[in-house]
Design a protein around this ligand. Structure first.
Ligand SMILES: Nc1ncnc2c1ncn2[C@@H]1O[C@H](COP(=O)(O)OP(=O)(O)OP(=O)(O)O)[C@@H](O)[C@H]1O
Ligand SMILES: [Mg+2]
Length: 363
């Protein structure tokens, strides 16, 4: 259980796109007084976020993340005050923007065009990293239900700050276009999906990198499954990797299934390459269905063949066997429990690679 003040601050920081959002109520024309007031407010928040305050490992990790975000916004506020640009509402250069009750979002590029939605890259006024956004808009209002599902599920997963939050998309805002399509504004992830990684490394990436990516997806899946949520569409486009700190994100929760045993919900889509056999057989969704898709994604990332499950000879036999355990057709003979597999993988990692070393992943 995360300390309430820390939880509140974490959630607030997650919603800030620029320094002005955090220090919103502080105003002064005199730069010196202004800086002083901002410093005072920062100190109050830094006390809550300071990782040294917490003994519990989970609280400490959440605090570390909050502390980094807080310092980034604080330094940006000081910089803007010194430049005289704090609170500037200058016109933006992008001609295309979407305005919600919260703020305008300026569109800069198209990131991806799916069957169901288009993802645009954009930014908020203020020009900071925190203000880079990805905006997902339904192609057609008929598909709104799926985007609404993503909104609901991601919010549920973020309901309390946890060490898992950093592996999930962060939703900043939502809107409807004049044609009635639902749009979701997310913080932009400065990472690469597995397709982009294979584009850069056509032969696949080494097993020691696949291990940490595998491990992190297992941890977030364990968390989602413990909340009764099945992702329902794990494929290479839905796993994103941030190389510099080895963070991994599981995205696109449009097809997620909530507590199928009580809600009666079934699978919402079939992916010819990555869905488990029970999806086309229209059987009830189970956590093991996600594990099947994840196993296939790992075969793909290693440069293997997702149909025959053949992997490069350089991949350790024990790791190959472990991955194949995820890809068994029969759900009952397959890996069942993400957290248990996370533990297994840790053990396997030690056995194959010895003590853990951070190896830089270059993209
Ligand atoms: N928050 C984000 N930051 C950066 N890139 C993102 C983000 N969300 C999505 N993307 C990129 O856009 C791609 C598509 O995203 P997503 O799967 O959520 O939507 P979609 O495929 O267009 O929708 P659908 O699969 O439901 O038709 C991802 O594979 C990823 O490369
Ligand atoms: Mg998608």
């Amino acid at each position: 259980m995360i300390n309430k003040d820390l939880d509140d601050l974490y959630q607030k920081l997650a919603q800030c796109v620029c320094a002005e959002d955090l220090f919103i109520k502080i105003k002064s024309k005199n730069a010196e007084t202004f800086t002083k007031k901002i410093k005072e407010h920062y100190r109050k928040l830094a006390k809550i976020a300071h990782p040294d305050r917490y003994q519990d490992a989970e609280e400490k990790e959440v605090a570390e993340e909050a502390f980094i975000a807080l310092n980034r916004l604080y330094n940006s506020a000081l910089q803007k005050i010194s430049d005289g640009t704090y609170g500037d509402k200058a016109d933006d250069s992008s001609s295309f923007f979407i305005e919600t009750a919260k703020r305008p979002y300026f569109i800069d590029e198209t990131i991806a065009e799916g069957d169901l939605a288009t993802v645009y890259g954009g930014h908020c006024r203020g020009g900071e990293d925190a203000g880079q956004v990805a905006i997902k808009v339904a192609e057609d209002a008929e598909d709104n239900d799926l985007l609404k599902c993503e909104l609901r599920i991601v919010k549920l997963l973020h309901a309390e700050a946890s060490t898992y939050s950093k592996h999930l998309p962060v939703i900043l805002d939502e809107f409807k276009t004049t044609e009635g399509q639902v749009g979701i504004v997310m913080r932009k992830i400065d990472g690469y999906d597995l397709y982009s990684i294979r584009d850069k490394y056509p032969q696949g990436i080494p097993q020691n990198h696949v291990i940490w990516i595998f491990r992190r997806v297992l941890s977030i899946l364990g968390y989602a499954h413990s909340k009764g949520i099945i992702h329902g569409n794990i494929e290479p486009a839905h796993i994103m990797v941030r190389p510099h700190d080895h963070n991994v994100y599981l995205i696109d929760w449009c097809y997620a299934i909530y507590k199928p045993a009580t809600t009666g919900q079934g699978f919402k889509c079939l992916n010819e390459d990555y869905s488990a056999p029970e999806v086309s057989e229209r059987k009830p969704p189970i956590p093991a269905s996600d594990l099947y898709s994840l196993g296939k994604c790992m075969v793909y990332l290693l440069g293997g063949d997702i149909n025959t499950l053949e992997m490069p000879a350089s991949v350790d036999d024990k790791i190959q066997r472990f991955i194949k355990f995820f890809c068994r057709s029969s759900p009952l003979q397959r890996a069942q429990d993400a957290w248990q597999m996370y533990g297994e993988l840790d053990r396997l990692r030690k056995e194959v690679f010895g003590s853990h070393k951070f190896i830089e992943f270059i993209m």
